[in-house]
Design a protein around this ligand. Structure first.
Ligand SMILES: Nc1nc2c(ncn2[C@@H]2O[C@H](COP(=O)(O)OP(=O)(O)OP(=O)(O)O)[C@@H](O)[C@H]2O)c(=O)[nH]1
Ligand SMILES: [Mg+2]
Length: 340
């Protein structure tokens, strides 16, 4: 059996099933048809792979070398995949916090580090290093370089964290497939460099079904390429923030509060009794066939964030009397102490 793998996504290449994963016209090709179409036409319709998380976790557990855990700063809590955290115990882990370019420079790395360490406090993962990077800015990758010449290196983490983008940038190649679709990398890709062997791995995913309701145009909005401009809303009476048609967050402040959106699309403020009507309007982000459910949240005086998995987060600063969300049933939402 031919076990040649696609150099972009790691799928085993095959020339028999046109609709199947890893299809190539000729087995001499190095890129499968989906990766070819992605690379040349930005067509990511068929990029999504069915990934075996168990096999990826086993690869990590058995890996001997440096493990670069790539964490997407815009999706911090979603990135704390329980299986991944277990597999990282007793490993040499370099925590690489990616997509730093998306948050303004005015946000301090020190504050972000504290928030990340707080989120990791029960995780039992010992870190050799914590490095903020952006796959878009080579200079930020320089602290990683010393690790790349003394032992094999594996890039691991959740889907879409930017593992393949970082490796492409570090190796100054354009070999690995990159896309806003979760599970672009299908299987482990082994790259031999002049000094060490490096391995790209498929992203692990926290089960969320929301992205199944998002079309390609909207999916691209979730992978912004430029620094976000946080939108600040001063709220002095009960109001709702429309998060596209995914849902709405309603806050009732004790006195004036700030709500800051770090989402990659515009959100809008409305009166609570206008939420239902607004969900049917043409908003800046759309999902298909939403079904909404209401949830009330406990409130405290702390600065908090609402993280919406796959989407981003919103920070609420100030005392509130009441907080409720009215979101699509597939939207996974958590509340946490503010990270900024
Ligand atoms: N703004 C910004 N976007 C990034 C960065 N790194 C990756 N991306 C984007 O994030 C998306 C996912 O990148 P990938 O490199 O495919 O992520 P991955 O971790 O390999 O994903 P899987 O293979 O699906 O597990 C793409 O749209 C990238 O352009 C970064 O540092 N900054
Ligand atoms: Mg990848």
């Amino acid at each position: 059996m031919n076990q040649k793998k696609c150099s972009g996504c790691g799928s085993v290449l095959q020339s028999t099933d046109k609709e199947g994963r890893g299809y190539v016209n000729s087995i001499d090709n190095d890129l499968c048809q989906s990766c070819f179409r992605l690379k040349h036409y930005r067509d990511f319709k068929r990029v999504k792979a069915v990934v075996d998380d168990g096999a990826t976790l086993e690869f990590i557990e058995n890996f001997e070398g440096h493990i670069f855990w790539i964490l997407d700063i815009m999706h911090l809590n979603q990135s704390l995949h329980p299986g991944l955290l277990r597999s990282l115990r007793n490993k040499n882990v370099v925590l690489v916090v990616n997509k730093r370019d998306l948050l303004p420079q005015s946000v301090s790395d020190g504050k972000l580090s504290q928030s990340i360490m707080r989120a990791l406090k029960d995780a039992d993962v010992s870190l050799m290093d914590l490095i903020f990077v952006s796959a878009k800015r080579y200079k930020t990758l320089e602290p990683l370089l010393p690790y790349l010449d003394d032992a094999p290196c594996a890039f691991v983490g959740c889907v879409n964290a930017g593992k393949s983008s970082l490796l492409n940038a570090l190796l100054k190649k354009d070999q690995l497939s990159v896309s806003p679709v979760a599970s672009t990398t299908a299987d482990v890709v082994h790259i031999e460099t002049e000094f060490v062997d490096v391995f790209d791995t498929p992203g692990l995913s926290v089960e969320t079904k929301l992205l199944d309701k998002v079309d390609d145009e909207n999916l691209v909005k979730l992978a912004p390429q430029k620094t976000l401009k946080p939108a600040v809303f001063q709220i002095y009476e009960k109001q709702s923030l429309m998060i596209g048609n995914i849902g709405a967050i309603t806050v009732d402040p004790k006195k004036t509060i700030n709500v800051i959106s770090y989402l990659p699309f515009d959100i809008k403020r409305v009166k609570p009794d206008r939420v239902e009507k607004n969900l049917t309007l043409d908003l800046d982000f759309k999902i298909d066939n939403p079904i909404y459910k209401m949830r009330k949240w406990p409130v405290s005086g702390d600065k908090i964030d609402i993280e919406i998995f796959d989407i981003g987060f919103i920070s609420i600063q100030g005392d509130i009397k009441e907080l409720s969300t009215y979101f699509d049933e597939d939207a996974e939402i958590i509340m946490r102490k503010a990270i900024i």
